[in-house]
Write a protein that binds this ligand. Structure first.
Ligand code: GUN
Length: 294
């Protein structure tokens, strides 16, 4: 069993990005600029957004944090999105989800200009991804692809089982690993809460992607010996006696699965590390007008 070192991969990629920024600055250009909109005070969202801003600083990107109270109206938020769409100094921006219940997330996502949608959540980017056209890939699937590439994990003809069908992980990673490319050319089964015989599907997987949102759901006896196990879960579970009172864990029970897997991602220190750098990669593409040319 080998553990995929997400921290090292992320730090390698950040170094590459820093070098690219230096190159841009040397040739008279300006640093890529990411803006993030955070509405309300959800503690998890605050941590995520803080990480995104801090990562920008690490690689020499410019970042702007727009923080608004939870009682902002939908039209006020739409006006902010419109301002960022028009602001030529901003290469790409994100609106952190979830939003308060009185705001329609779909309406906000649709209002973001696709060429600035570095989250890859706009249906134009999702549709382009599905058709294999240039687009911003959503950050978590992009991070998984990069992990597969850098660890040179074979995917051609492999049985991939994805557990979870969300728009931001399960569905896009299923599409991406089925496409005619590397990583890809796999036979993908996407499982979800209504799947019958889930354990049998999981047991067939050469590569298992767990994006369920259920702490330590996947146990050692469910996994084929030698499988590659990619854990996308990020769950907080109570841990009485620990400093914070909780611990982070994935959708995979690491203790029992790791001895059976040929390669496995830990939580924390696995996929999550790459998610943030993928957002930076998209922002650099936006700054270079690589996806949507003028
Ligand atoms: N909430 C959880 N993950 C994400 C993400 O990748 N982007 C945004 N905008 N919100 C999120």
């Amino acid at each position: 069993m080998n553990i995929i070192d997400g921290k090292k991969l992320a730090s390698d990629i950040r170094e590459e990005l820093s070098r690219e920024v230096q190159e841009i600055l040397r040739s008279g250009g300006r640093a890529p600029h990411l803006a993030a909109v955070l509405v309300g005070a959800d503690p998890a969202s605050q941590v995520y957004v803080r990480n995104k801003v801090r990562s920008c600083e690490k690689v020499g990107f410019r970042s702007t944090l727009v923080q608004k109270p939870a009682d902002i109206t939908e039209s006020e938020l739409l006006a902010i999105v419109d301002g960022l769409n028009r602001d030529e100094s901003v290469d790409g921006f994100i609106v952190q989800l979830p939003l308060p219940r009185h705001i329609n997330e779909e309406k906000i996502t649709l209002a973001i200009r696709p060429d600035k949608d570095v989250d890859g959540f706009h249906p134009v980017n999702f549709g382009r991804m599905a058709q294999g056209l240039p687009c911003y890939l959503p950050a978590t699937p992009a991070g998984i692809l990069e992990m597969i590439r850098r660890y040179e994990i074979p995917t051609d003809g492999k049985e991939v089982v994805v557990v979870g069908r969300s728009n931001i992980v399960g569905t896009p990673i299923s599409i991406l690993l089925s496409r005619k490319a590397y990583p890809g050319n796999a036979t993908v089964t996407m499982c979800h809460s209504r799947t019958k015989g889930l354990a049998a599907h999981i047991h067939r997987a050469d590569i298992l992607v767990a994006a369920i949102g259920s702490p330590e759901f996947i146990r050692g006896d469910m996994v084929k010996p030698g499988a590659v196990v990619i854990d996308v879960g990020m769950n907080r579970v109570e841990a009485p006696g620990s400093e914070t009172g909780y611990r982070l864990c994935g959708d995979v029970d690491f203790e029992s699965v790791a001895p059976k897997a040929s390669l496995i991602t830990p939580v924390p220190g696995g996929v999550g590390q790459l998610t943030v750098v993928s957002l930076l990669v998209n922002t650099l593409k936006a700054a270079r007008r690589e996806v949507y040319r003028d």
